[in-house]
Write a protein that binds this ligand. Structure first.
Ligand SMILES: Cc1ncc(COP(=O)(O)O)c(C=O)c1O
Length: 425
């Protein structure tokens, strides 16, 4: 059945389809009017605070060169989490298509009813192999993996210690659990130690992002692990901005710190470096994964990952298991960008990570700078308060393995031109 024949066999009155989407309204009760005005007030407040987020519309696949609605020609993209450049890799697309042909669009079921296919088990096993862990559980996203873990395993007898700048999904996940909760100052080991010392938790769990996405800086895992040993605590790391490309062979923050295999629990995403489709996972001890399959609510009560997405994950992990070439490429591109920019007089935050925040400190300057970059065909985004602290406005550049050296140079040339024009360097 085609879309147009579908449209005319529906039981809704045809008139509804003739109203343009922005003007459609199915309810005009007084409750609905009051509801709209409450929401509109909040939207107006966000706009007057200058923090309303407009979404640019991309009309091509995700890539280093993209087409954006309203802009002519192609634009060089420096703001995606497409670290390995695999979001539109033809080999992966072909494999995903084959998975969809063989296994269908989706499972119409959660995993434990009739939503587990052999390919879900294959992907979980490959992820375990990649990280060198006992077992892995897939989720629809890493947001779900973070939302579903703490509540499932921690009780009021337990204690959780979370870096204050951890990702929103960790904050929400911890809120849902009944353990005693402490937040330690960002990467501050003295503060963490004080809190560990004062705790009588049965399970103590230190929770940190491996790499913090606004700053491109890295959790001090060596020191965290020392404290974990001293106070008999577990270490949980969110590796969304590390898996596949950070550390010598892309095994993430624990590899970067020379601690391969040391971290107790790793959560990560398939939605960034690993093909950029969607999906998340927890990898770690067998008993943990077993228990999560029994108790973790986003896993138990949400549809299983569709075959095309599973196919993307399988193919990407296969590629990473057989070669570290892309990992090395994103690392050398990052070095090239950071070195040229630093020599030109810019301050780049973070530590050797493809997230390369160009510090401008002033919110308006960051926004004007990003607009000027777009005029030169470079797509970057300015971040300011409340996404980052006041007076720490910046442009967050993200480097990909798919950028050519020439594209990196086009980007740094544009930064230097605009930097001079706006008096930054
Ligand atoms: C550190 C961190 N954790 C978790 C997530 C959520 O990942 P996903 O997009 O798979 O839900 C993100 C994504 O922005 C992230 O940056």
């Amino acid at each position: 059945m085609t879309m147009s024949s579908l449209k005319y066999t529906t039981y809704l009155p045809k008139s509804i389809f003739s109203i343009s989407p922005g003007k459609r309204s199915l309810s005009n009760t007084s409750a609905s009017k009051q509801f709209r005005s409450i929401l509109q007030k909040q939207i107006d407040d966000i706009k007057s605070a200058g923090t309303y987020k407009n979404e640019r519309i991309i009309t091509s696949s995700q890539s280093t060169a993209i087409s954006v609605k309203g802009s002519k020609g192609s634009i060089l993209n420096f703001c995606a989490n497409n670290y390995l450049g695999l979001s539109n890799n033809q080999e992966i697309i072909q494999f995903s298509k084959e998975m969809m042909e063989s296994y269908g669009c989706g499972l119409s079921s959660v995993r434990f009813i009739c939503g587990t296919q052999d390919i879900h088990k294959t992907l979980e096993n490959k992820i375990s192999q990649f990280h060198g862990r006992e077992d892995t559980i897939l989720y629809a996203s890493c947001f779900d993996a973070n939302a579903g873990i703490f509540e499932a395993i921690l009780t009021p007898d337990d204690a959780v210690f979370s870096d204050e700048l951890n990702h929103a999904s960790i904050i929400d996940g911890i809120r849902l659990c009944k353990a005693k909760k402490s937040r330690y100052q960002h990467r501050n080991m003295d503060d963490l130690e004080q809190q560990l010392k004062a705790s009588d938790g049965r399970i103590k769990m230190i929770v940190t992002d491996g790499v913090f996405s606004m700053d491109g800086n890295v959790a001090p895992l060596t020191d965290i692990c020392k404290l974990a040993d001293k106070y008999n605590a577990l270490v949980f790391v969110d590796e969304c901005h590390a898996t596949g490309f950070f550390g010598e062979s892309g095994r993430g923050t624990e590899e970067f710190h020379g601690l391969l295999g040391r971290i107790d629990i790793i959560n990560s995403t398939l939605g960034k470096a690993l093909g950029g489709a969607s999906g998340g996972y927890t990898t770690g001890p067998k008993q943990l994964i077993d228990l999560l399959r029994q108790k973790s609510r986003p896993y138990l009560f949400s549809n299983s990952l569709p075959p095309a997405v599973v196919g993307t994950g399988i193919k990407v992990i296969d590629m990473l298991l057989s070669s570290s070439q892309l990992t090395r490429k994103v690392q050398s591109n990052t070095k090239r960008f950071r070195t040229t920019m630093t020599k030109a007089g810019f301050t780049i935050a973070g530590m050797d990570h493809p997230i390369s925040p160009v510090m401008l400190y002033d919110a308006k300057l960051a926004s004007d700078f990003a607009d000027e970059m777009l005029k030169r065909g470079i797509y970057v985004i300015g971040f300011s308060y409340p996404v980052v602290p006041k007076d720490k406005a910046r442009i967050r550049v993200q480097i990909s393995a798919a950028h050519t050296e020439d594209e990196i140079d086009q980007c740094t040339d544009a930064f230097i031109q605009v930097g001079k024009q706006l008096g930054v360097i």
